[in-house]
Design a protein around this ligand. Sequence first.
Ligand code: UDP
Ligand code: MG
Length: 314
Amino acid sequence: MLISFVVPCFNEEKPLGELLRRLEATADLLDQPCEFVLVDDGSTDRTWEIITRESARLAQLRGVRLSTNWGHQAAVSAGLDAACGDRVLILDADLQDPPELAVEMMALMDQGYDMVYGRRRDRKSESLFKKATARAYYRLMSYFSDGKIPEDVGDFRMVNRQVLDSVRALPERTRYLRGLFAYVGFRQIGIEYDRDARNSGETKYPLAKMLRLGFDGITSFSDKPLRLAISFSLLSILLCLAICLYVLISWLLFNTAPGWASILITVSAFASVQLFCVGIIGEYLARIYTEVKNRPLYLVAEDTSESDGRTDAG
Ligand code: UDP
Ligand code: MG
């Protein structure tokens, strides 16, 4: 049985050597034919140079270079499309997800599970900020998806061919993979693991990218925010009525001078609620726009399995 390891790499020249060592060691442990599909997501450092050099030495290694930086989810998708394995493991290049866990995952798959995902137990040495935002986000996502997307679960998972092909067949452009994998069903199980510190280099997920992934997740799997807009507006209508009452009473009883403060406060409060709701609609509109354009998810510039005549790394 061929096992594929799919690894997205964006400027990961530093951890690559150690990653390949750990992958080779894991392949030995598994005692199964393995292929390592490394996707270079438009790196500007020596990542691709290292991948091509190593692929000459290591027959199991297949490198796919994307035409530009398409983003983490697109890079993983490219790797999933390239992978030939009967079972596929997705992991990060920075070794935050220990590849050795593949042994445990394989055992569960042998018991009849179609997918084994890693649930993060501890994020030692990740920044407090990252821990707090991740925690808040996973709770929020769980609320929006009605608990269908498991909490504290990233893309680190092993899936069989059936699950993989089901996810690959989904037509949507915005790939929120962890959500799509949860959505397709089959027999899934999680195993807990401690998320290690990044091996070397910095995170390739600055706050803006994290927020983007977060919004994509919510708009892919929930229309609750759209409905939330209605709740907000109902709330503001109630508030508006209360203010009208107050204004009427003070006009009738006290004949007060017109208060500019209250006007300013109400105008700005309602304006912000309106803008917020328009923003929510905008998010969904943007999603629809992306889907309608139907542009490719990623473009491949180079593939080591083609340049050296191999067609199947297995
Ligand atoms: N990554 C990628 N394209 C990007 C950003 C990240 O392929 O545009 C890869 C990166 O090389 C790593 C994985 O996605 O293998 C996760 O990124 P990172 O470790 O920086 O995220 P964090 O663990 O800090 O959330
Ligand atoms: Mg990382």
